[in-house]
Structures are given as structure tokens and as C-alpha cells.
Design a protein around this ligand. Structure first.
Ligand code: FAD
Length: 308
């Protein structure tokens, strides 16, 4: 690792941190040390860091702002590449927006609204970077980030720069078909010029709906489970199972929204995972409904998460 650190520092302008606590980089405020945590300073550095880490046969994980992640207390082996501080360019050109994947989704949404461009306004208030949003196909209040997408540029797992048209990507409910190990770099959105007030009103509805229903004063990673169906949202099922407010250590199923699990102090991943398993198994036992995770797990051993 020391040698790899020197290679990266000598070859790029990246910040390289050893044994960096992931709790500093996740909205849960949970997670043990990443063996090596790299913040590249630009696209060229990012590509080089990826190349060097691959040549060193390191496991590589990419993160944005960690708003959809539960990271193990034991941390993450290998190299974590964090792109939240690089890839920040954003350009508006008529009804098209080009944005790099380190841009915060909130900034992209604000820019679209400012330019009277319709298509992204429902996503107001969704935290995270554009890269994370595309991987997750983030969505809210009926809108999804893929709706007005034209193309995505990425570095594929073989270190090749590739541009995919939207038609070449399968987007589903909180899912996308990008090959495992790809790093998303930028995207182009094709939006519709529309009435300023209409767009603002819609974003207001989305924003206030979020404030009314979500426990935004606690650390969370948003919805823990995907909704099994429209009629059976995960929050309702967990609530009906009588689990609202259930607390294990410092991890709690929110009283306000039962699909938000919150860190009420200095929760451990182990405690959050125990809550997740409890909710999943109770809902299965009571209603015979399988709930699948929306939150992504990083750094856990297979045996710890096999029931999920
Ligand atoms: C309070 C709160 C409210 C939320 N509300 C919503 C909501 O309404 N709708 C919704 O969809 N989500 C919601 N979320 C979840 C989260 O904000 C989204 O999933 C977000 O898109 C994740 O972005 P991120 O940059 O934080 O990604 P991360 O959490 O850092 O990563 C998520 C996944 O994307 C991968 N990834 C990230 N960037 C890249 C990249 N450039 N290239 C390749 N892979 C990458 C990671 O490896 C990981 O698998 C909420 C979260 C919080 C905390």
C-alpha cells in the first residue's frame, strides 16, 4: 500500500489518505477505515488513479457523496476513489445540460430550474452527486434522473472511455445496467423549455413533500428498502409490522418515516445491519412480502449479508 500511495502521489495531484474513516464520507456517519482513500483532482488524475490501482491488483470502490451507502465497521479493503471533489463542470447550452459526475444533483436541478428547463425539478432535495444518481437512477415525486438523459460518458472496467446513449442503458426502479466497476464521468440531459412558474411550483411541491415526510434532522441514507410495489410501500409495511421507533444501539427505525433508518448518535454499521435484517424478516413473516435493499452495502463479508 505504501508503494501504491507513492505511485499515486508522484503521478497525480490526488489527495491520498490511508486508513481514512468512511464515517466521515457517508451521510449515515457510519463506516470503518478505507485502506486507501483517494480524492483525484481532475478527470485525468481519476483515470490514472484507476489505472495504477488496477495494475496493483487492488479492489477498487468508487463513491460520490456517500448518501446511499452503509459501510462496514471493519472498513473497506483496497482503494476507495471518491469523486465528490472533482468532475465539477456544468454547462447549459439551449435546452441541453452537460454535467460532470461530481456535480451535486441539487446544483444540476437548480441550474435546470434557473434556465426554465423542465425534466429534473422533481428531484429537488435528493442529496448526492450526479454519478451516484445515475447508478441508482435516483427518483422522487414521479421523476427519475434517467427521464431526460441523452448520454453518459464513462470509464469502463477495462479502462476504456466509452459514451453510451440512453437507449444503450437499462434503467429500472433505483437501478441501472452500467457494468460493475465502471466509473461514470459525465452526462448530457435533453430538457424541455417550459413555463418558469410551472417548473417552480412543481419543485416546491416536491421540496415541501420531502420536508413533511422525511426525518431530515437525523443522519440517514434515505430509503433503506425499495418499495415492493405501489400498493405496498416499504415504509407502510415496516410501520404495519409495528417496527416504527425500534432502536438497536444508536440505530433507529424513524418514527417519522419507517423506511428511513437513522443514526441517533454514534451508530455502528453492525447495529444498522441488525435493524435492516429485523425489518426484512418481520415483514416477510407477517405479510409474506420480500423487501430488497435500496441502500448499497460496502465492505461487508459475504456471510454477514447473505440473508439480504
Ligand atoms: C435524506 C436523504 C434523502 C434521500 N432521498 C432520495 C430520494 O428521494 N430519491 C432517491 O432516489 N434517493 C434518495 N436518497 C439516496 C441518495 O441520495 C441517492 O441514491 C443518491 O443518488 C446517491 O448519490 P451519491 O453521490 O451519494 O452516491 P453514493 O452513495 O456515494 O454511491 C451510491 C452508489 O453509486 C456508486 N457511484 C457513485 N458515484 C459513482 C460514479 N461516478 N461512478 C460509478 N459509480 C458511482 C457507488 O459505488 C454506489 O454503488 C436520499 C438520501 C438521503 C440521505
Amino acid at each position: 500500500m505504501q508503494q501504491l500511495k507513492e505511485y499515486i502521489i508522484n503521478d497525480t495531484n490526488s489527495t491520498v489518505l490511508v486508513d481514512e474513516l468512511m464515517k466521515k464520507h457517508t451521510t449515515y456517519g457510519i463506516g470503518g477505515p478505507a485502506e486507501m482513500f483517494v480524492l483525484p483532482s481532475n478527470k485525468e488524475d481519476l483515470i490514472r488513479v484507476f489505472e495504477i490501482s488496477r495494475e496493483a491488483n487492488q479492489e477498487i470502490n468508487v463513491i460520490g457523496s456517500g448518501s446511499n451507502l452503509l459501510v462496514s465497521d471493519n472498513g473497506i479493503k483496497g482503494v476507495v476513489i471518491c469523486i465528490k471533489d472533482c468532475l465539477k463542470n456544468l454547462e447549459v447550452n439551449n435546452n441541453k445540460i452537460y454535467a460532470e459526475c461530481g456535480v451535486m444533483l441539487g446544483k444540476l436541478v437548480r441550474e435546470s430550474i434557473k434556465n426554465n428547463l423542465k425534466g429534473l425539478e422533481n428531484l429537488v432535495g435528493v442529496p448526492g452527486t450526479l454519478g451516484g444518481a445515475l447508478i441508482m437512477n435516483a427518483g422522487a415525486w414521479g421523476g427519475e434522473v434517467s427521464n431526460c438523459l441523452k448520454s453518459v460518458e464513462l470509464l469502463d472496467p477495462d479502462n476504456q472511455l466509452v459514451t453510451l446513449l440512453k437507449s444503450e442503458i437499462d434503467f429500472g426502479y433505483r437501478s441501472s445496467s452500467f457494468r460493475n466497476g465502471s466509473i461514470l464521468l459525465s452526462a448530457i440531459f435533453d430538457l424541455t423549455l417550459s413555463d418558469e412558474n410551472l417548473i417552480k411550483d412543481q419543485s416546491q411541491i416536491a421540496q415541501s413533500g420531502r420536508k413533511d415526510t422525511q426525518p431530515l434532522n437525523y443522519r440517514s441514507a434515505g430509503s433503506v428498502f425499495k418499495n415492493p410495489s405501489k400498493d405496498n410501500p416499504a415504509g407502510m409495511l415496516i410501520d404495519k409490522a409495528g417496527l416504527k421507533g425500534l432502536t438497536i444501539g444508536q440505530a433507529q427505525i424513524s418514527e417519522k418515516h419507517a423506511n428511513f433508518f437513522v443514526n441517533v448518535g454514534d451508530a455502528k454499521a453492525e447495529e444498522m445491519l441488525a435493524l435492516i435484517k429485523k425489518a426484512k424478516s418481520t415483514v416477510k413473516d407477517k405479510f409474506d412480502i420480500e423487501m430488497n435493499l435500496e441502500v448499497k452495502l460496502m465492505g461487508f463479508e459475504e456471510r454477514e449479508i447473505e440473508s439480504l
